[in-house]
Design a protein around this ligand. Sequence first.
Ligand code: ADP
Length: 486
Amino acid sequence: RVLDLKDASLLVDRAYVAGEWVGASKGRTFAVTDPFDGAVILELPDLDVEATRRAIDTAHTVQKDWAKRTAKERSQILRRWYDLIVDNADDLALILTTEQGKPLPEAKGEVISNAAYIEWFAEEAKRIDGDIIPGASPSQRILVLKQPVGVCAAITPWNFPNGMITRKVGPALAAGCTMVLKPAAQTPLSALALAVLAERAGVPKGAFSVITTTDAKPVGEEFCHNPKVAKITFTGSTNVGRWLMREAGDSIKRLSLELGGNAPFIVFDDADLDAAVEGALASKFRNAGQTCVCANRIYVQESVAEAFSAKLADKAKALKLGRGTEAGVAMGPLIDERAVAKMEEHVQDALAKGGQVLVGGKRSDLGSTFFEPTVMTGITQAMKVTREETFAPLAPIITFKDEAEVIGMANATEFGLASYFYAKDMARVWRVAEALESGMVGVNTPALANEMAPFGGVKQSGLGREGSKYGIEGFLEIKYINLAGL
Ligand code: ADP
């Protein structure tokens, strides 16, 4: 497939290993396809553990020099990378939409808003301050330094092929770490395009590698067991996160995990109902419901449930489905047929247990990766849709009587990434925000992620935070020096 890019060099058919653009070895390649129709975009090298090891070795060597550069120099290189991403945002968005499916304006939004993490951490690079603490005796002082953890390995998912990378590589490089990245096999082209721009910005060869592979497990094992890797940062499913944590435990690696969610979205009777409907629409149907912070369970207080459900159904019905590059399309395909099958299973399970479909409820005739935006009512806590992350455009509405009941239901999950609620009463806002067991709470808004805020989860949704002044801490170690004899 030919993409209409302004800069054709951003579409790459090679991997980026230890500072070299490498092709396939032994003819092993895999196809990257467009989820809209399954058309092959191009073939990439299907790399193995040997290439991963090479990337780690070089990252380990290069890291020493990178960490010795001044913070200002690292900052300037990152700033150039940010500028290049913004300058090339249209091309990056087109590459993203072609491999992932989301509407082009959404893709461009992803590119720009996540490039901001590189801008932010370029600034933070200069603020990795230590401390001087009074000593234990008059002749001593306690000095606290922050030093880069070393080589980091990143594993990223397909739902934000661009944004999940910038928010990991930005702080790593800012801190003086180097990074070996394994992007999802469905969406490696965005990662490679970012690497082209990183190289152009002056990121040293070998400081950032991109391993393209369909064989994730051996690469993951290498990340977990290679003694030169100091830290693993992962965004993806809770099951893979759990496995990585176990594997990485052997060598006590630093770990940041951003895992699954099962976000409650609560509408109280004092809420601005139209704002709540708009919020639910954005939270549930953006990226076709394939985000870890998506509203997964929508709880609406009894007295406003009917009005809310009808309004949401009307809006969902009006969403235009289609190819992400087509003007006016609000929802693209799901990533693959497995995702469609999971949505169908959740709809069927809910129907079998007494749920009703207000709108959608079936596959779309646009193709095998499409499912209609769906709103269901009569949902209970016993259904799969309230217990598992659907990761698809299914809005299940559950009614509740009072605050205590809804907080109990909202917290009845092993996940704790995001939660949302709409209410006006100030005392209620405080009470509920504090009672919800999640790392992030959106009050009267569906928007949570931005570079200035700490993104991350509690419970089985993860460890660590991305973005904000806290986001760089996971890439730094604290060293204390007891300076005596003064
Ligand atoms: P999803 O089901 O959304 O694809 P995954 O957690 O399976 O979520 O995938 C997220 C990322 O983790 C992808 O880059 C995928 O290739 C990678 N991955 C999956 N299994 C493993 C594994 N055993 N080791 C390392 N990476 C893995």
